[in-house]
Design a protein around this ligand. Structure first.
Ligand code: ADP
Ligand code: MG
Length: 385
């Protein structure tokens, strides 16, 4: 397939018969470690993928926006009046309208624009195609309008588009990652105060790579299960008299568990508290340049999600087991669970062999073939030209 930026430009020409002013790109992301810690005020450690969404954009008169995507047959047009009526812009274009709406809500004068979208980020696999779309559009509008919106304020604004306009309740991780990540680094994000730190994650220099495996498992009851895990964590925090589970230290975990009266809640709490610690331990190892040594933490995270938080499915566990058996240094499900992706830390020269081992384990069990992709940590949203 042609380069994604060239496809965005071709889409712009086809829709508008003219050249775009510029092109802006934003990546997908994976979370290296720290699952279901975000809404517990804890820690996450995502990095950006080399897969990107590109917005080719140019001006349009008045307060009117016209957007097309290579994934959709027709362009969608909306104006300031449409934005004022909730539900007027729907489906995929709502992510774009949401960004315009969110900018306007924050008091920015958003320029009318034509935007054409192309993307290499798979949709709905948990690699955050939604945040990539928001961030690419946001970057385009900020530049086209010369808006005063520094990068550190952009994630909240994009999150608001998704939460309050599209209506998808997500945390701040996705937008922070796709906007703020740096190549060769992971983004250490404290979900309580939203502070970030760029942590060196130079896989290439260590002869390593991350294999991302799209489980292709159907998301079974994911929304309901997510809500029930979240409710369970909030109940436990209030029972323990802390603002959030982030406030339970690993050293106090046994005491805390003894104060809870059912085994399921104890296991949910144990996952969150130990997962926060695993993020901190991973960050320490990466700061010390000991990249290979994070493998066991990844695998422990998986076991905790499988046994304590109970959010994995057979396809996901199969991928992790097969990757480890084929020599991965560590492997875990990444994302909210009940489907989505697995990541495995591998020696770069073993990546293809590990991918092949996972594919054949899937075939043996009669699962639909997984998607596999070898990646290095890439950069966040940027203007291309
Ligand atoms: P994820 O973010 O994990 O990929 P979501 O369900 O959060 O999954 O977001 C996927 C949705 O984002 C799609 O259903 C579509 O509405 C929108 N989207 C993402 N990328 C594109 C694109 N390139 N073109 C059109 N819509 C897109
Ligand atoms: Mg998303």
């Amino acid at each position: 397939m042609t380069d994604v930026a060239a496809r965005a430009t071709a889409g712009f020409r086809a829709a508008h018969g003219t050249e775009p002013t510029g092109r802006w790109a934003a990546p997908g992301r994976v979370n290296l470690i720290g699952e279901h810690t975000d809404y517990n005020d804890g820690f996450v450690l995502p990095f950006a993928l080399p897969l990107r969404t590109v917005a080719a954009a140019g001006p349009q008169d008045g307060e009117r926006w016209t957007v097309s995507s290579e994934l959709s047959d027709s362009a969608v047009s909306f104006d300031a009046g449409d934005l004022a009526s909730p539900g007027r812009v729907t489906d995929w274009a709502a992510y774009v309208a949401g960004v315009v709406w969110s900018l306007r809500e924050a008091g920015h004068r958003v320029p009318g624009a034509r935007i054409a979208i192309a993307s290499d980020v798979p949709l709905g696999s948990g690699l955050s195609s939604s945040a990539a779309l928001e961030a690419a559009v946001l970057a385009a509008l900020v530049d086209l309008g010369g808006l005063d919106l520094p990068a550190d304020r952009q994630p909240r604004l994009a999150q608001r588009a998704e939460n309050d306009y599209v209506g998808a309740p997500t945390g701040i991780m996705d937008q922070s990652a796709v906007i703020r990540c740096r190549a060769g680094h992971a983004l250490f994000l404290d979900c309580r105060d939203e502070s970030i730190e760029h942590i060196p994650f130079d896989l290439d220099a260590a002869g390593l790579a991350v294999l991302v495996i799209d489980s292709r498992a159907p998301h079974r009851h994911a929304d309901g299960e997510y809500a029930s895990r979240r409710a369970s964590c909030e109940r436990a925090a209030s029972r323990l008299g802390v603002p959030a589970l982030r406030d339970v230290a690993v050293a106090d975990l046994d005491d805390a568990l003894a104060r809870l009266d059912d085994d399921e809640t104890r296991r949910r709490v144990r996952h969150v508290v130990t997962e926060d610690q695993r993020v901190l331990d991973t960050v320490e190892l990466l700061r010390a340049g000991r990249v290979r040594e994070i493998g066991p933490l990844l695998t422990e995270s998986h076991i905790s999600m499988r046994d304590d938080f109970e959010i994995t499915v057979p396809e996901i566990d199969t991928a992790v087991e097969a990757a480890l058996a084929a020599g991965a240094l560590g492997a875990r499900m990444t994302g909210g669970g009940f489907g989505g992706c697995v990541l495995a830390l591998v020696d770069a020269d073993r990546a293809d062999a590990v991918a092949a081992a996972v594919t054949s384990a899937y075939a043996e069990r009669g699962f639909a073939a997984p998607g596999t992709l070898t990646v290095l940590p890439a950069a966040g949203a940027t203007r291309l030209d």
